[in-house]
Design a protein around this ligand. Structure first.
Ligand code: GLC
Length: 657
């Protein structure tokens, strides 16, 4: 390989850079594409959106040009953010976002869903899925909280590893799919809560809270890692030998491909001002250990590296290390034999059985947080339904659906119901009245509410992504606050459905609310799953994978919440709902706790525990059992409690214990 060919393999370009209209919509500008392939020898591309047939034709054409017209004929490695389903394919199945999914605490349903994603992604020639997010979601302001598996490192690592295993080992023969552990490291707890702003993370917290989920993903065999765009302790991670080389490569032993996040080497100059010019930033990132640069819309990366080699500041041997990893990855993914999409296999995209798995995923994940008895709804009760997600597929599917911020309503699949349609199907159209959008507390609304038995409001957040979701206040906006207050003045039983990417403050409304369910962004199966839970044909079993704050100014993950000491001396702002909160329609009784020991004396000691879980209700149900330990004394402050194991008892029958 020539040096140019090697450096082309280390460059990743956005498809929007070589399409006719400069967007993701898969209309190839063949001249621009040939320039990328023949002049710049680019070996990898990312991101597009459209119907599956368009994907098949587009990927077939770009691979054909790359393989048949370039000197070496190396196939392209194509990346996509299928973070909650085949979410950039019009016919794809949309799953709940990770924060919702993690509330299922059900590794099996999560693995099943991830296998569907693999089967709807790999046959299109999309061989690299930029998922799962393994960041620990411990800051409720952070606009990417919904992409995480919540605040607990063990939950993030366990569920993230299930994704890795399913993506990389699902039966998508002959196509391979690489997962991508992102975003390494310390991205999810910016001090300001705003995306890509500085994080201050002491080493102890790094090792105890941020690294474990990545360590578990590496153990699961994740083939690639994407770097955190932010900075930790004043150091942009993209240029950090400590975080990337010393920790990820040396300490954790990762020898797979390390990819930058989008345009992040340039951002070390433009955003972090860590380097005076692009060349110095490139040198720092190569010395740190990155292999491929997601430059997205320019080709300067290769030229700058050639200069660094000519100046003796960089060796070609270092370049060979990265190129070897990249070619090895292409080989592992079977790309040299099977680079072209298979039109036939893509027939399963959007299959009915995939919808059923998405619906089950949602049903297992939705959390019933409060129920004063108004749920389940009684047969033929009249329901008034309103709110921004009441009749919107866009809101239920959330961000990263056909477009980065979520596509407009008309692009979403119509063969899956909106919440209103699911209500009509399940409760009877004559029993459901849909409120106006935007909500208007006019004479009609008052009349409709008066004749209803129960009011159901969807509240929360319209979809957003990354920095677009930065906020300074977790309170609900004025319009939704007004809507809830106006409805509450009518005195009807009220159900709040929280459709959001993070916990918005609902304390002011709680007293006059009969039931609250956290739905997050529940995807295609969300409407039917929610309706079945409200109607009582499904027994909710979700539990919060994060702490739900009661006040805008106070939040803390469960493992560092106020301790008894603070409890006695001040009015702590106890959370609205604790980590692990969630109820069903069947109360469970825990009895006969058995532990082989109550003291852990040394590191490899194993403690065996058992408990009986009895269903005291009148419905079959499922119960997640959470096991915590506590290190009572530590010269470095120890967590108040720490999740060490969780399991979901799949079917706790009435007579079973
Ligand atoms: C984005 C995100 C990252 C995503 C990448 C490619 O900026 O940070 O999660 O995989 O760009 O779309």
């Amino acid at each position: 390989m020539t040096l140019d060919e090697k450096l082309g393999q280390m460059t990743q370009i956005c498809f929007s850079n070589i399409t006719l209209d400069g967007t993701k919509t898969l209309d190839l500008n063949a001249d621009l594409f040939r320039e990328a392939i023949l002049s710049h020898k680019v070996g990898s591309f990312l991101s597009g959106t459209g119907p599956k047939d368009k994907w098949v034709n587009f990927i077939t054409e770009v691979q054909r040009i790359a393989i048949e017209e370039s000197r070496l004929g190396i196939p392209l490695l194509i990346g996509i953010d299928h973070v909650h389903g085949a979410n950039y394919v019009d016919e794809g199945t949309i799953f709940p976002h990770n924060l919702t999914l993690s509330c299922s605490f059900d590794t099996s349903v999560i693995r099943q869903g991830a296998e569907v994603v693999a089967k709807e992604t790999a046959p299109l020639g999309l061989s690299w899925n930029f998922a799962p997010v393994l960041d620990v979601g411990k800051n409720p302001y952070w606009p990417r909280l919904y992409e995480t598996f919540g605040e607990d490192p063990l939950v993030c690592g366990t569920l993230g590893s299930a994704f890795v295993d399913a993506y990389q080992n699902a039966n998508t023969e002959p196509f391979g799919l690489a997962a991508c552990a992102k975003h390494f490291i310390g991205y999810s707890d910016p001090k300001s809560g705003w995306d890509r702003t500085p994080a201050e993370i002491p080493d102890q917290i790094l090792y105890e809270q941020f690294l474990p989920s990545f360590e578990m993903a590496l153990k699961a065999g994740v083939k690639t890692v994407m770097v955190n765009s932010g900075e930790v302790n004043g150091e942009p991670v993209h240029g950090s030998k400590f975080y990337i080389d010393e920790i990820l490569r040396q300490r954790m032993g990762f020898d797979g491909v390390i990819l930058t996040d989008i345009k992040d080497i340039s951002k070390m100059v433009d955003m972090h001002s860590a380097y005076g010019n692009y060349k110095d930033a490139v040198l720092a990132s190569i010395n740190a250990g990155i292999d491929m640069a997601m430059t997205c819309n320019h080709y300067d990366f290769a030229g700058v590296i050639k200069e660094l080699i000519e100046e003796g500041r960089l060796s070609e041997a270092r370049i060979d290390e990265s190129v070897k990893r990249i070619l090895q990855l292409k080989k592992d993914l079977n790309l040299f034999e099977h680079a072209y999409p298979a039109g036939t296999q893509s027939d399963q995209i959007g299959h009915e059985t995939h919808y059923e798995i998405a619906k089950r995923s949602a049903a297992e994940s939705i959390v019933l947080l409060k129920n004063d008895g108004i749920l389940p709804l009684k047969k033929d009760q009249k329901v008034f339904l309103a709110g921004f997600a009441a009749h919107s597929r866009k809101m239920m599917n959330g961000p990263w659906t056909l477009e980065w911020l979520g596509a407009e309503e008309d692009r979403h699949r119509k063969d899956v119901p909106s919440l209103y349609e699911a209500f009509c199907q399940q409760l009877g159209m004559s029993n459901v009245t849909l409120g106006a959008l935007p909500f208007n507390f006019n004479r009609q609304a008052i009349k409709d509410i008066e004749k209803s038995d129960v009011v159901v409001l969807t509240i929360g957040e319209e979809p957003y992504s990354e920095f677009k979701g930065n906020i300074g206040d977790l309170s609900l906006d004025a319009a939704q606050t007004e809507m809830i207050k106006q409805v509450q003045e009518m005195g009807k039983p009220l159900v709040l459905l929280l459709v959001a990417g993070r916990p918005r403050i609902i304390k002011p409304f709680m007293e006059q609310t009969g039931a609250v369910l956290f739905c997050g962004y529940p995807g295609h199966g969300g409407p039917e799953a929610i309706t079945e839970i409200l109607a009582g044909t499904a027994n909710p079993s979700g539990k919060l994978s994060f702490t739900y704050p009661a006040n805008v100014g106070y939040f803390s993950p469960y493992y560092h919440k106020y301790s008894e000491y603070h409890h006695s001396s001040s009015k702590p702002f106890v959370p609205q709902f604790e980590f692990g909160a969630g109820q069903g329609y069947s109360p469970f009784e825990y009895t006969d706790l058995q532990v082989s020991d109550t003291l852990i004396q040394d590191l490899d000691q194993v403690i065996h525990c058992a408990v009986n879980v009895k269903n005291l209700g009148s419905m079959d149900g499922k119960e997640t059992v959470l096991w915590f330990i506590r290190d009572e004394i530590g010269t470095i402050t120890r967590p108040v409690k720490q999740l060490k194991h969780f399991e979901k008892q799949m079917r706790v029958f009435l007579e079973d214990t």
